[in-house]
Design a binder for this molecule. Structure first.
Ligand code: GLN
Length: 226
């Protein structure tokens, strides 16, 4: 039987799945479709995990705005000795993320938390990773119609797209271990403004930016030097 779908529905929503970092993820309209650009973030975070790993205790990682869970799950698959926490404001997104953790056999390694950023999160982390919503309001009219089928909650970064970076860097120091890292995806052209946000947040040092496969600055690394 032919099922009718709305125009511009992304193929991934029709198929209900997408590959990311070599793993299978279930997707639906409650979560952003994982993008290949975000694999750059996972690779960089794995490098940091290897650098900070020690014998005394597990590396603690927090994934904010986890969505489908693609970042948290890919990291856990590659570094199963880490203690992973993943939060999202959307219960429906968390349902998808939990399903994906089960599908990939890492349910026992990840604690999912319903939280508006740090609101319901406790403890100290060695690494905070995030692909927060970063689309600026004025960019919405230029987005592909397919992207507009994705959850607004996962895209809308406020007037200039930078709200989540401001909120995260204002609060993250209370949740980072000494010399802890933030590894975050950023949008096209946002690097100078985000560098500013990091440098004006007390105790944070901008480490570097990494380009994606299209040559666009896509991931930033910052460190909490207190
Ligand atoms: N990658 C999405 C886009 O280009 C945005 C994702 C996000 O806001 N984190 O539209």
């Amino acid at each position: 039987m032919i099922k009718m779908v709305e125009p511009y529905t992304p193929l991934q929503y029709i198929m209900g799945k997408e590959k990311f970092f070599g793993f299978d993820f279930i997707v639906n309209e409650d979560v952003l479709i994982p993008r290949p650009e975000t694999e750059v973030l996972v690779e960089r975070a794995l490098g940091i995990i290897n650098a900070v790993r020690c014998t005394q205790r597990a590396v603690r990682i927090l994934d904010l705005c986890t969505g489908s869970g693609n970042i948290a799950i890919s990291l856990t698959k590659n570094a199963p000795d880490c203690r992973m926490f993943a939060s999202d404001i959307s219960e429906k997104a968390l349902e998808v993320a939990r399903l994906n953790a089960r599908l990939n056999g890492v349910s026992d390694n990840i604690s999912f938390i319903k939280s508006d950023l740090f609101e319901n999160v406790g403890g100290e982390f060695d690494i905070i990773v995030s692909n927060p919503p970063y689309v600026a309001r004025y960019e919405f009219e230029t987005l592909q119609k397919e992207v507009l089928k994705e959850p607004l909650l996962a895209l809308d970064g406020g007037a200039d797209g930078l709200n989540f970076y401001r909120r995260i860097f204002n609060t993250a120091c209370g949740y980072l271990a000494h010399n802890g890292y933030c590894v975050m995806e950023i949008g096209f052209g946002q690097l100078p403004a985000i560098k500013n946000i990091i440098e004006s947040a007390k105790g944070f040092k901008f480490i570097d930016a990494i380009v994606d496969q299209y040559g666009i600055n896509r991931v930033i690394v910052a460190q909490w030097i207190n």
